[in-house]
Design a protein around this ligand. Sequence first.
Ligand code: FES
Length: 107
Amino acid sequence: MPVVHLIQPDGAEVRLQAAEGKSLMETAVGAGVQGIVGECGGSAMCATCHVYVEEPWLARLPAPLETELEMLECTASERRPNSRLSCQIKLSAGLDGITVRLPESQQ
Ligand code: FES
């Protein structure tokens, strides 16, 4: 099972065991992690699951689809080159150890 590391804006780190095939957003929301909302349920329509993905995992993710790129225009916190929607990140063994930083705000 892949392990996911989520770093809060204050530096606090949450470590989760994830089920393969679930999205990072589903994993975080299911565990009650503060800072990921997932308002639209994962259909790339709200941008409240915005995260900053650390390397080397950023380079291992599939390129964002057009719908994700459009929603990344609407993030509450600054969009950065490593901004992604966590509902579009499907967890797999290849992403074991993935580390993301949570933005200051999602809404
Ligand atoms: S949960 Fe709405 S865009 Fe990801």
